[in-house]
Ligand binder design. Structure first.
Ligand code: ZN
Ligand code: ZN
Length: 330
């Protein structure tokens, strides 16, 4: 009888012992994991096209975590305000990759709040197009200090800067952006510089193939007149040598005036425009209206400001733009 109790007690003690050893081992493993996470290079991108470019440059380099700021409602970062989650993410980040050129109106605040954060401006060294005059909303630029109270006013009467920074829409410029991202990552993480360079080169090669296709199409459609409904398409106009007959920036945040609509219809008529390049995110009402009024074809191109975050999504979006343009001008 007595022996039975002793046996049970010993058994219980053993179970407790094994249990605590396992618990300690588990805790240690978790601590190690946590440490590894802290040692990871945390790279944050400002929006979709920067994320996809960085994704390709990073490839399978170990010890790098890539995150994107939360997705803006308007596709582009027009007057985007950082969320609490964005701020938390940036407080832990090692590298912040932005497009630059004024698209990230919050950039000066971020630089001020996190002086140790390495900011990589992907449009460094690229000649930005001048924003077309009198087209309403444009982007903020770094030196301008309006931001927090920005949603309170009507955007139709002013523009925030005179540069158009939608350079990722031009295939040659995008390759420079990929290179700038590669250089920035290599500076922050020199141990993997060789891998970043190799990945960037591979990706740039794929973009070059598209550039070749675009050049072939350009030889067929160059100097055709177009009207555009998004500033980003000035870079499409540039890539294909099209003639910009009119521009109206449709932005969710503003009302288009009757005068603007009349102007656009006149431009279409006077320049014998047959194709309008539009952005589906801003609605199809205006497109349907101009088609009805003037018989133009409205083509909804991809501005590459959102998608499924897969590594090939930029290439796929741009290829589909080429196909759409080819069809539109046939
Ligand atoms: Zn934009
Ligand atoms: Zn504004």
């Amino acid at each position: 009888m007595k022996n039975k109790y002793v046996f049970t007690a010993v058994l219980l003690a053993m179970i407790l012992f094994v249990g605590s050893v396992l618990t300690m081992a588990y805790v240690r493993a978790e601590q190690k994991k946590e440490q590894a996470k802290d040692e990871d290079l945390l790279v944050v991108t400002s929006f979709y096209p920067m994320y996809v470019a960085a994704e390709n440059v990073i490839g399978d380099v170990e010890g790098v975590t890539l995150e994107n700021l939360s997705e803006p409602q308007t596709g582009c970062l027009h007057d985007y305000q950082l969320t609490a989650a964005d701020m938390k993410l940036l407080s832990k980040a090692d590298v912040f990759i932005v497009n630059g050129g004024g698209i990230e109106s919050f950039l000066s605040d971020v630089a001020e709040s996190y002086p140790d954060l390495k900011i990589v401006q992907a449009c460094d060294g690229i000649d930005l197009l001048e924003s077309a005059e009198g087209t309403g909303e444009s982007h903020n630029d770094l030196s301008s200090n309006e931001d927090a109270d920005h949603d309170d006013h009507d955007h139709s009467e002013h523009s925030h800067g005179d540069e158009n920074a939608h350079v990722w829409m031009n295939l040659a410029d995008y390759q420079i952006q990929v290179q700038n991202i590669c250089n920035g990552l290599s500076e922050a993480d020199s141990a993997h510089a060789e891998q970043y360079a190799k990945n960037a080169q591979t990706y740039q090669g794929k973009v070059q193939e598209l550039q070749q296709e675009a050049a072939e199409l350009a030889s067929q459609i160059a100097s055709q007149p177009v009207v555009i409904f998004h500033e980003a398409y000035e870079y499409i106009v540039q890539e294909y040598g099209l003639q910009l007959a009119g521009e109206m920036n449709l932005d969710e945040e503003r009302q288009v005036s009757a005068g603007e609509v009349a102007d656009i219809l006149h431009s279409i008529e006077d320049n014998h425009v047959s194709v309008v390049l539009a952005e589906e995110l801003y609605g199809t009402d205006m497109g349907e209206m101009v088609t009805k009024q003037s018989g133009v074809k409205v083509v909804y191109l991809d501005t590459l400001t959102r998608g499924d975050y897969s590594a090939d999504s930029y290439l796929e979006g741009m290829r589909s733009n080429i196909e759409q343009l080819k069809e539109a001008f046939q």
